[in-house]
Design a protein around this ligand. Sequence first.
Ligand code: EPU
Length: 430
Amino acid sequence: MADEIMRITGGTPVRGETTVQGAKNSVLPIMAAAMLCQGETVLTNVPQLSDVYAASRILNRLGAHCTPDGHTVTINAADICRAEIPDADMRAMRSTIMFMGPLLGRMRQCTLTRPGGCALGARPINLHLDAMEKMGVIIRCTGEQIVCTADKLHGARIPLAFPSVGVTENVIMAAVLAEGETVLTNAAREPEIADLAGYLNRCGAKIRGAGEGTIVIEGVPQLHAAEYRIMPDRIAAMTWLCAAAASRGSITLRDVRTGDLENCLDLLRRAGCKLGECDGTLFLDAGGVLRSIREIVTMPYPGFPTDAQALLMAVLATAHGTSVFDETIFEDRYKHAGELVRMGADIRIKGTAAVVEGVHCLHGAYVEAMDLRGGAALAVAAAGAEGQTVLHGLHHIDRGYDHFAEVFNSLGIRTERMVISTSSRGKTSA
Ligand code: EPU
């Protein structure tokens, strides 16, 4: 059996620049939404990710014609004829649940099972199902299958108990072709929601307030296809910024929307990084001693994102003093902490809190990515660590980063990706 690993040689400050990829969490719902539109949708600035290929496979199995070509994806949904996503496809990623809204909008029915995705604790779909029921969907759960049907999909008032990103997106996608008006309150405000609405409005939808707590969607009879550029990925941007900070280096990032990153940039500044920006280009300089941050609480946008928690922890592992994280969004999102400890970090987990005592430096080790952002955080830590780190579990990283190793190399972090036999696992020569 073979396994792919990344060997990262750390300890040299990052010096370099890179362009930020398109956003994973924007392109996936937009690809699903394309099934609502008549004609040929052309998406540009699409990152090359295994999740994008998985979404493309699902669209094709439903009968659409979806063709990824470099950083462009073309989708023609005219021939969609199926409304069932097999369990194996559902388990490929969390975003498969995002097919529920558009399938109901387009076919008035769908049969799914529970979605997969990163193991971050229980990730129920109760709020998705409740919201669809409010719009007239009848849901039957038979064994593993969730069978949804709607003679008529109608607008509704939907107050969300929690501002879930996925539920907000599913409601928008179901509501754009529903009869009447849908008012979603306590909606998620993440920038990716506004990107989805931006795409759908370009296709003729009537969505107001996306990016705010109340979103109003007036159903229209049909949507036409359009060309749309996917927004830059704020978490990928934060990943490269953190690699520069962890290595006490400097970086220039192009194609960044700094407004979307304010909560992250604020914490990097508090840690002692110097930041500057000019026309969509962001500069970070982390030369010198970094300071701990007393309280970092993950919150829905515009709060500090849970997706950046592991990345910032990799930086603060070597900052002076004690940092304390409170993870409020997912119940089990500290799997990277144990791996960082293998690299010499001093981290204790107590319930939802992670207490990080800054150490002088980390050292290379054999570590394993347990989920997407946790895996990226280990690579970030490796960039600043003395010696070589061997990172396993790259399939997690490939779900969300376009050519991770190439970007690291372009930033001056020596990174080799190689296939090893699993019998030599843990013994790869460093
Ligand atoms: N939740 C429920 N019931 C539901 C839906 C959500 O209890 O029906 C809970 C979840 O269990 C969780 C919280 O609500 O505790 C937040 O979940 P949310 O629905 O907002 O997250 P998501 O839509 O599943 C998206 C991103 C995640 C990101 C979260 C939070 C995509 C494809 N995924 O997930 O991204 O962490 O929002 O911002 O957009 C990643 O990119 O690595 C990633 C995990």
